[in-house]
Design a protein around this ligand. Structure first.
Ligand SMILES: [Zn+2]
Length: 305
């Protein structure tokens, strides 16, 4: 497949992947080229041309780059959330693999989890950034969703605006003028990691508000959860939970089984709804008997709502 005369920004926006996402069902066509003709994008295939408006591609790109990842897509070994590093930057580890291996299979710590623990302690920005992006073993990213607050030594990073070390963000940053030509003068680099961090902040905020309210009202309601990571790239991770409307230190007989399996794409919604209904979220490892009980669930069991 060829693209004629597209610069970096254009080849990102008017791409084959975007074409598939914008017009599902074209996967069987054999692509020749993607071209621009005034306000239209012409996708030439051996089976014939497909036309889509330039604006539709641009709108899709702006949305797609900030899609919200699943909650457990970004957690470190043993469910550690993002961790503040310095200069307003956080380390955001990629979750699936460390979870799948280190949590479910009898807590055996994997090479990847060990590597994450080691790399996370790096003191120099460049070294940390590069080791998080090891070829073939990507561990995570450095993200400053509220902007970099001060300059790390030996670097010149843009201050006071969101920043991420991922490939998508860096490409937008390095070719920002090209992206502005296509998307408009107010274009700013953005990525799904920044979106994730902002959503995480919201969850943390409502959780803190609930904790304060529970303390005031001397109430205690808890939702304890355990996540079963997907076993491969194509399957869905699932979450199971138990809840209690009194002190969580009560024996397991006082807890109730939440009678639904929550699929990983619904975890954010489940967490926000639990808090809305007054339940503090706790990872099951807070309560050993609860964790033991939840581990007896088969991740592939389906319990209908
Ligand atoms: Zn990013």
């Amino acid at each position: 497949m060829t693209t004629f005369g597209f610069n970096v920004a254009e080849s990102q926006i008017f791409s084959r992947g975007a074409t598939y996402r914008l017009m599902p069902g074209l996967e069987h066509l054999r692509f020749n080229s993607i071209d621009m003709l005034e306000n239209d994008i012409i996708v030439s295939t051996i089976e014939g041309d497909v036309v889509q408006s330039r604006d539709a591609y641009i709108e899709h790109f702006l949305e797609y780059r900030q899609r919200l990842p699943n909650f457990f897509e970004y957690v470190g070994p043993k469910y550690t959330p993002r961790t503040l590093w310095r200069h307003g930057l956080y380390v955001l580890f990629i979750g699936w693999q460390s979870l799948a291996n280190s949590y479910i299979t009898n807590d055996i710590v994997t090479q990847q989890a060990l590597l994450m623990n080691e790399v996370g302690r790096r003191q120099e920005f460049i070294r940390l950034r590069d080791e998080l992006n090891l070829p073939g073993n990507q561990l995570g990213h450095l993200v400053a969703h509220e902007g970099i607050s001060s300059q790390p030594p030996d670097t010149i990073l843009p201050l006071d605006q969101p920043y991420c070390t991922c490939g998508s963000f860096q490409m937008q940053l390095h070719h920002v003028e090209q992206f502005r030509d296509v998307c408009g003068s107010d274009f700013q680099p953005m990525c799904k990691h920044i979106r994730y961090m902002r959503k995480f902040d919201k969850l943390r905020n409502v959780s803190s508000e609930l904790a304060a309210r529970q303390a005031d009202e001397r109430l205690s309601k808890t939702m304890a959860y355990l996540f079963f990571p997907p076993t491969d790239q194509t399957s869905s991770g699932t979450l199971r939970a138990l809840y209690i409307d009194e002190q969580p230190s009560r024996p397991i007989e006082h807890w109730s089984v939440y009678n639904r399996t929550i699929h990983h794409e619904d975890v954010w919604e489940f967490f926000f709804q639990s808090i809305k209904h007054g339940y503090m979220l706790r990872h099951a490892s807070f309560f050993s008997s609860i964790e033991k009980f939840l581990k007896t669930f088969n991740p592939s069991d389906e319990v209908s709502a």
